[in-house]
Design a protein around this ligand. Structure first.
Ligand SMILES: [Zn+2]
Length: 367
């Protein structure tokens, strides 16, 4: 056997952790099509077939076309309890089939007035679907069951009262002992061109009075996703909220880079700091200049005070499964088998679930 054959990795079989996946953006086009077929047959939708709106193979959505896709299409199709359950189950099955053993799924609570569902119903439905999936669908083979936790997102376009409501839902569905499927964190996401994020401090700053009451509820933030949301002033404010992890981390100055590294190696709480990096999304959406080789993964993955976790962001839109993201990293940055396994395992240190789950992952993830 040659060295290269020994180094060959089955990226699907590799047990993986996914920490940055949006529920709606992770729905496959086939699943959207199935939902559309049923609604069309029942006379419940006048939307066009998703396979026409988003043809298979089209992945070049950018920040201008990406967000309208959801407001004008996906949210109008997934607008009742049945379609929410169906699409959530489909997303869970897709991640599990790709070898994901631990998933943190994020979603912005949405009301579905035509179906009589408020935002609390929405979150309960998603959590119930995850619980039922874990109870009913043990894996036939492979490294083990995929366990899932939920992150609730505040949209940058939200008002402060709307963001406070998201926090209320997180408080309600968070379980400090992490015994059950539960809400583990808050996120800040959405159109980066929406300004005035400073108003969210009472909700997203971990030092805010309400947040201090539940220290086990974590925070992750979309960070420096676009140039318009990447001034040193904005990024310094976001870091001052002491998020537990940050996502994307694209347009940063040297000052901000040093501040991020200091978060990981800082003296007050010395621990590696989690960066959720999404390669295909950044490349396909033109969020970075250049191709995969130019992605800032190359600058960060060996930074000892940070933990880089490879994530998909919106696999339904950008079409690259997590296994493929690992294959891309191996190919473009020359990581061998040992480095890929180490990269996947390091993510355990920055998941938001408790010690029991971390211990389970240390058992089943490859060394
Ligand atoms: Zn995202």
């Amino acid at each position: 056997m040659t060295q290269s054959q020994k180094d060959e990795i089955d990226f699907t079989a590799l047990p993986k952790i996914e920490l940055h996946a949006h529920l709606s953006g992770s729905i496959s086009r086939q699943c959207l099509h199935e939902i559309w077929l049923k609604k069309k047959a029942e006379g419940k939708t006048d939307l066009e077939d998703p396979l026409v709106v988003m043809p298979e193979g089209k992945h070049d959505y950018d920040l201008k076309t990406f967000f309208p896709l959801f407001s004008t299409y996906t949210y109008r199709l997934i607008d009742d309890a049945w379609s929410l359950r169906y699409s959530t189950l489909s997303v869970l099955r897709d991640f599990a089939a790709d070898g994901v053993v631990y998933l943190e799924l994020r979603t912005t609570p949405r009301e579905m007035p035509a179906a009589g569902l408020d935002k609390e119903d929405y979150v309960r439905l998603v959590l119930d679907t995850i619980s039922q999936y874990e109870a009913a669908e043990p894996p036939a083979s492979g490294p083990g069951m995929m366990h899932t936790r939920l992150i609730l997102s505040v949209d940058r376009r939200n008002t402060l009262p709307e963001a406070q409501h998201v926090l209320s839902l997180a408080e309600k569905f968070h379980s400090p002992d992490d015994r059950n499927v539960n809400v583990v964190a808050l996120d800040l996401c959405g159109d980066p061109s929406a300004p005035d994020i400073y108003k969210f401090a009472p909700v997203l700053d971990s030092r805010a009075p309400r947040r201090r009451l539940i220290p086990t509820l974590k925070t992750t933030l979309h960070f420096a996703e676009a140039e318009c949301s990447s001034s040193d002033a904005e990024l310094s404010t976001l870091l001052s909220w002491q998020p537990d992890r940050i996502g994307h981390v694209i347009h940063i100055s040297q000052t901000i880079r040093e501040a991020i590294v200091a978060r990981g190696g800082g003296t007050d709480e010395k621990r590696p700091y989690g960066l959720e990096l999404c390669l295909s999304c950044n490349v396909h959406a033109g969020m970075i200049s250049g191709g995969f080789e130019e992605h800032h993964f190359g600058e960060w993955w060996q930074e000892k005070d940070c933990v880089v976790v490879i994530c998909t962001d919106d696999v339904g839109v950008f079409g690259s499964k997590l296994s493929n993201e690992y294959a891309l990293v191996a190919h473009h940055f020359g990581l061998g088998r040992a480095e890929i396994c180490a990269l996947a395992r390091r993510g355990i240190d920055v998941i938001f679930a408790g010690e029991d789950e971390k211990a389970r992952l240390r058992e089943i993830m490859w060394t």
